[in-house]
Design a protein around this ligand. Structure first.
Ligand SMILES: Nc1ncnc2c1ncn2[C@@H]1O[C@H](COP(=O)(O)OP(=O)(O)OP(=O)(O)O)[C@@H](O)[C@H]1O
Ligand SMILES: [Zn+2]
Length: 846
């Protein structure tokens, strides 16, 4: 056996701890207020402005304003004076127009004081140097807690305060200030408008009114109104033009017309899915009662405690959420429920609406601007006190937040992929702390971060408690799991997509007229090589990650440390598996469409084959339509990518098949196996949720991998003990914190050298901050000093014509790594043509 040899770089090991000559470094104080330098600009056009401050107006107070300019360096607020005419509007939360460095910009008021010296950091400023607020662009858009949260997020995620504050604004409300050619400025306002509807109601007098026998129209109108108010739009639609009749009866005082705000996005569209209702169950399971008791304790404690519901698939977590929200609403407070974007289907939303009616606002990415704005206003006005949405629903203008619930807590989609790169779980925990309300995290496969915090019992001063729900209600049992060993299938001469066990099970479904779900996962697919005979996937010698195959250069590359290995994949002569020497070291890849074709060939034509992937679900109701089709079919197979794995509750599904579990297993990322485990456990959970028992068939070349063994035995510890030992050994979360810094630029050389300078600066800052007691060369992370790894090329080396280099910082859990990076960033400064992204607690290391 000949080992693969590195042909390129070796890992950077130059991060040595050393005693700093001087332990302290001055840093920019967050929340300090400065004076904005510059002259009052030329003129401002009054487009959209009600009025502008006059230079001579008396000053009635001072405000701290965060200016909305795209620079990380400008996070500190600046002081402005409040002219008397804006006394009432220039309050914290308002958006104002101010002049800043000779131009006009929008800014957010974060504090107000009557004397300049009362603003933090403004003590030394001379009042005559402070410029006036020129105009108020929008009334109060966020409250004081939101402002504090934005400052917290800015520090935690090394992002500008303005960009964090923007999260709390009404949808599309960020005003743009543009300089026109003639030197004047124009404020572009959001274009979305409110919609009002006219409602027709019977007056008290009208109730006894009997129209004349021949007054046909009037009789129709009276009948339509007998059950309650109706909109003029509906009346005109039902009885083509009712306007004249309405006017007549209004004059007589029989009906009244009232204008009300219409809430777009609360479509009373029928949910045809059988499972989109949530009847109150006759009794709760023991696990459900225990979970509710823990949530109730957290609610009473008012300390922002966290309850992790560790409940197997189908254990009834949704029912726990619904029951936990009831006392919150009874206390007059609001509830925020986050679900993964993919779960925001008729099924989940229907369950909440069937329990709480129209008081449920919903946020998902398919809403139009108008719908989004209305849903937001519904929350602000108090008309909706339950919000169900994807991660951004955290930032709604809640009236007294009383509970935050995050379903499928382990989901990667809770991490925002662009700046500010926050994680909804951590922001929610901080919000829970500030509001003193419980945070509930539910999952069948809780994240290792959540489990570790529960094991310790606390995190950042909040209590973390885990409650198990090990059983499905009503006697439903977890499905039987069969592992189909593809190596044996291959050596037995089979080249089919379906192994013998999966083939037979599908035939059983056809015979019994049941339903099956087939998973073909290709998310984040990076080409890799795998031995078709022994299942070996070449991994890096310096890192425990799978190597990525580069077709052009015939190399395997490690994207964590940069090592490069030459390779000849099958069918090139000389192809050899590094483990068993087999010539079948082949590139892996198979599309969903190919699987669909094979299914149609295999199954009789009266079996519905429904494919759900990014292509087939385009369009507004793509998902719902396909699910309804599956629901309505008598006998069907639902084939899809990971989007079919979660949350779906179809009792008639008795078979789940996984085409190839190994795509999910071997990704160049330390979280690859936990993602594979989560996915397999979730998809397996779609089987046997009803009365009939379920079966799961997992096809794999790696039947002995701890992930497969854990799923097969319904025993998470088989996987966890292996995964956690690896993470502790390699120093990965949940034992340390990671920060991934990516630098992008058109010039490869300049980007590389910038990344080097930045990494060097980070190392310097870390050294300076190290306590004198830290020994020389101490590179320990757990309980020791942070280390910097890299820079190296990113997995995706070049994207959109930009070269990408990254370095990783590993720091102890309680180390303030964000401020160290912020300080290093301030020292290297920004460079033209190079963009930097700082990702604290990253999920995507590609
Ligand atoms: N106490 C109960 N008695 C009877 N049926 C219940 C009870 N609680 C929940 N159910 C039903 O059990 C089914 C599964 O519940 P639910 O979808 O909430 O599971 P889940 O824990 O969210 O599962 P997953 O993690 O797989 O999404 C639903 O059809 C629900 O109506
Ligand atoms: Zn490596």
């Amino acid at each position: 056996m000949e080992p693969l040899r590195p042909a390129g770089a070796t890992p950077d090991a130059s991060s040595e701890g050393a005693v700093a000559p001087d332990g302290t470094v001055s840093s920019r104080g967050a929340g300090r207020t400065r004076a904005a330098a510059g002259l009052v600009p030329d003129t401002v056009t009054a487009s959209g402005e009600r009025r502008l401050a006059q230079g001579s107006e008396p000053v009635c107070g001072y405000v701290s304003v965060v200016v909305d300019v795209p620079s990380r360096a400008l996070s500190d607020p600046f002081a402005y004076a409040v002219p008397a005419s804006f006394d009432e509007e220039a309050v914290p939360g308002a958006i104002v127009l101010v002049s800043f460095h000779r131009r006009m910009v929008a800014g957010y008021v974060v504090m107000r004081a009557s004397e300049l010296a009362e603003l933090p950091g403004a003590a030394g400023l001379a009042p005559e140097r402070v410029l006036p607020v020129r105009s108020v662009l929008a009334e109060r858009a966020f409250g004081p807690v939101s402002a504090q949260l934005a400052f917290w997020m800015s520090r935690e995620y090394v992002a500008s305060v303005a960009e964090c504050l923007r999260l709390f604004l009404p949808p599309k409300a960020t005003p743009r200030v543009r300089k026109l050619e003639d030197g004047s400025y124009e404020v572009e306002r959001p274009k979305t408008k409110e919609v009002h509807e006219r409602w027709v109601t019977l007056t008290d007098e009208g109730r006894g009114y009997r129209p004349a026998v021949n007054a046909h129209r009037q009789r129709q109108l009276m009948e339509a109104l007998s059950c309650g108010p109706v909109t003029t739009r509906e009346l005109n639609f039902l009885y083509s033009s009712m306007s004249a009749t309405i006017r007549t009866l209004e004059k007589k005082g029989i009906v009244a017309i009232e204008e009300r705000r219409a809430w777009r996005g609360v479509s009373s569209e029928e949910h045809r899915l059988s499972s989109a209702r949530a009847q109150v169950p006759e009794s709760l399971t023991e696990g459900q009662r225990a979970a509710l008791a823990a949530i109730e304790r957290a609610r009473k404690a008012e300390a922002g405690d966290v309850v992790v519901i560790d409940g197997v698939t189908g254990s009834g977590k949704t029912e726990v959420y619904l029951s936990a929200i009831e006392p919150v609403l009874a206390a007059g407070k609001s509830a925020c429920v986050l679900v993964p974007e993919i779960s925001l289907t008729a099924q989940t939303v229907g369950r909440f609406r069937s329990r709480f009616g129209d008081a449920v606002a919903v946020f998902h990415s398919r809403l139009s601007d108008g719908e989004r704005l209305d849903q937001w206003d519904m929350v602000r006005s108090g008309a909706a006190r339950v919000v169900v949405g994807a991660r951004s629903a955290l930032f709604c203008p809640y009236r007294e937040l009383g509970i935050i619930i995050i379903d499928e807590e382990h989901e990667q989609s809770y991490k925002q992929g662009s700046s500010p790169r926050y994680h909804a779980r951590d922001v929610a925990a901080e919000m829970a702390r500030r509001y003193g309300c419980p945070l509930v995290l539910g999952s069948a496969t809780p994240s290792s971060e959540a489990l570790e915090r529960c094991r310790r019992g606390a995190h950042r001063g909040q209590a973390w408690t885990r409650v198990e729900m090990p059983e499905r209600p009503g006697g439903a049992v977890l499905p039987r799991i069969v592992v189909a060993d593809l190596r044996r299938e291959f050596s037995g001469g089979s080249r089919s997509i379906f192994s013998r066990p999966l083939h037979d099970a599908l035939m059983g479904i056809v015979e019994r007229r049941e339903k099956a779900v087939l998973l073909h996962n290709r998310r984040g697919f990076a080409p890799f090589l795998m031995c078709r005979e022994c299942g070996c996937v070449p991994t890096c010698k310096h890192c425990s990650t799978a190597l990525t195959y580069h077709e052009r250069t015939h190399t395997l590359e490690c994207h964590t440390c940069g090592s490069v290995y030459r390779v000849r994949p099958y069918p090139a002569p000389g192809s050899r598996c590094p483990q068993c020497g087999s010539p079948y070291l082949a590139k892996m890849g198979l599309g969903t469409q190919q699987v669909e074709d094979a299914l149609r060939q295999l199954l009789p034509s009266d079996v519905a084959v429904i494919r759900m992937d990014a292509d087939s679900t385009r369009g507004k109701d793509g998902h719902a339509r396909l699910l309804e089709e599956f629901d309505a079919a008598e006998c069907a197979v639902l084939l899809g990518t990971q989007m079919i794995a979660k949350g779906l509750d179809f009792p008639e599904v008795t078979l789940v098949g996984v085409i190839n579990a190994d795509y999910a297993l071997k990704m160049p990322d330390f979280r690859a196996s936990v993602r594979a485990y989560d996915l397999l456990e979730q998809v397996a959970g779609r089987a046997g949720r009803g009365e009939r028992p379920g079966e799961v068939i997992i096809q794999t070349y790696l039947p002995h991998d701890p992930v497969i063994r854990a799923v097969a035995s319904h025993d998470r510890s088989v996987f966890l003990s292996h995964d956690l030992a690896m993470r502790l050994d390699a120093q990965y979360p949940p034992y340390v914190r990671l920060v991934n810094v990516v630098c992008r630029g058109r010039s490869e050389e300049r980007t590389r050298s910038f990344a080097n300078r930045f990494a060097t600066e980070v190392r310097r800052v870390l050294k300076l901050r190290a306590p004198a007691s830290a020994g020389r060369g101490s590179g320990l992370v757990v309980g020791g000093l942070p280390v910097v790894l890299g820079p190296a090329s990113c997995v995706i080396e070049r994207a959109k014509d930009r070269y990408r280099f990254h370095f990783l910082v590993k720091a102890p859990l309680d180390y303030d790594v964000s401020s160290a990076i912020a300080e290093a960033l301030a020292r290297v400064g920004e460079e033209r043509g190079i963009s930097i992204s700082v990702d604290v607690d990253p999920y995507d290391l590609m």
